[in-house]
Write a new protein. Structure first.
Length: 83
């Protein structure tokens, strides 16, 4: 079982393939809130995205490795829509 308390602010989130997915802002319940600066452009710009902690396979120092490759993991992202 993964100890989610080991996930630190500004840790890199990477897919199972080692590809960068985002940077941790903080853990919010059962989700990892990614930093807003990496939210992308267009309609994604300026708000946070979330990754389920259920996708966490391992925590390696300052890296959170997911159980899915990066291109698959981003399809599971949730968005915080602007008010």
């Amino acid at each position: 079982m993964i100890d989610l308390s080991q996930i630190k602010e500004h840790a890199e989130v990477i897919g199972a393939d080692g590809v960068h997915v985002g940077t941790v802002d903080h853990v919010d319940g059962h989700r990892i809130k990614l930093t807003r600066i990496e939210s992308g452009g267009g309609r994604h710009e300026g708000h946070h995205h979330y990754i389920s902690t259920g996708l966490v396979a391992d925590i390696e120092g300052n890296k959170v490795r997911l159980s899915a490759n990066a291109n698959v993991a981003v399809t599971f992202e949730e968005e915080e829509l602007p008010s």
